[in-house]
Design a protein around this ligand. Structure first.
Ligand code: R5P
Length: 280
């Protein structure tokens, strides 16, 4: 078994290979003169773990090409961050079910799929092959333990509640959740709620930080309620439109994410949970 990854998951791919006690396949990526992507893999094994986060359309095409290049091998696909998963319903007539379209395309040529903290586990059924989702809640909690002794963990909405519970479990910390309503792509409103956070270190945790709007709105509310410091932790650090600076200017002390999207501040690695799932 060998591990092969797209340009977007190179570091994570190498870590997973290390955990599995195997090597990585060298891949050369380039472009044709018209901009189309090209890649060429080194020698493959009979069994391959293909790793690629779908962080944008370029990454999606690259992953599809990589799967096709591995067509002679038996493949397990790992999608650490699955972009397009948030359009998992037809909210308005005429819209695509993007999660279904992407899952269907990725499933061709692989025998099973592993995702990490996918936005909604119902998306797994669109792969139409065995698919499991693993979670980094406990790992994120373990990472927080290194710098905080007794934080209060807050989920900004009901969707992030289970993840926040897992984070809190790592240190047996207090936790609660807020109720968020999305107004537009980068604006949310959060219902006022009395939390017992006066003079406490608070960590707002979410599966994704995209524009940072959710965390910034929750943070300003909790500073008003007397929080001493506010920190943010997520699995998938999308950080679009200057989100990192936006959060720092909103008074967020530390911002951490995992390496499902490789960032300078990816302090939690998904390699362990992925390697375990591969071996199951
Ligand atoms: C949405 O349901 C997700 O769980 C996140 O809360 C959302 O993606 C965060 O987006 P933003 O950072 O743009 O507020």
């Amino acid at each position: 078994m060998k591990v092969i990854s797209t340009e977007y998951s190179q570091v994570l791919g190498a870590k997973v290979a290390e955990r599995l006690g195997t090597g990585v396949v060298d891949v050369r990526f380039s472009r044709f003169p018209d901009g189309e992507q090209y890649l060429r893999t080194g020698p493959l094994d009979g069994k391959t773990v293909i790793i690629g986060s779908v962080v944008n359309s370029h990454a999606l095409i690259q992953l599809l090409l990589l799967i096709d290049a591995c067509s002679k091998s038996e493949n397990i696909l790992v999608v650490p961050y699955m972009g397009y998963a948030r359009q998992d319903r037809q909210f308005n007539e005429g819209e695509p079910l993007s999660a279904r379209a992407v899952a269907g395309a990725l499933a061709r040529g692989v025998s099973r799929v592993i995702t990490v903290n996918i936005h909604d586990e119902r998306v797994l059924s669109h792969f139409r092959i065995p698919a499991v989702n693993v979670t980094l809640g406990y790992d994120v909690g373990r990472e927080l333990k290194k710098s905080l002794t007794d934080p209060f963990i807050v989920a900004p909405d009901d969707g992030a509640r289970y993840f926040a519970e897992q984070v809190a479990l790592a240190g047996k910390w207090d936790m609660d959740h807020l109720d968020k309503t999305r107004v537009s792509g980068d604006t949310v409103t959060i219902e006022p709620k009395n939390l017992d956070i006066k003079n406490r270190d608070v960590v707002i945790v979410d599966d994704i930080i995209s524009t940072g709007g959710t965390i910034a709105t929750a943070a300003s509310m909790m500073y008003r309620e007397g929080a001493k410091t506010i920190h943010a932790a997520c699995v998938h650090g999308v950080f679009t439109g200057g989100a990192y600076t936006h959060l720092k200017s909103a008074g967020i002390r530390d911002i951490t994410c995992s390496d499902t999207i490789e960032r300078a501040f990816s302090t939690t690695s998904a390699a362990g949970v992925i390697a375990e799932a591969v071996q199951e």
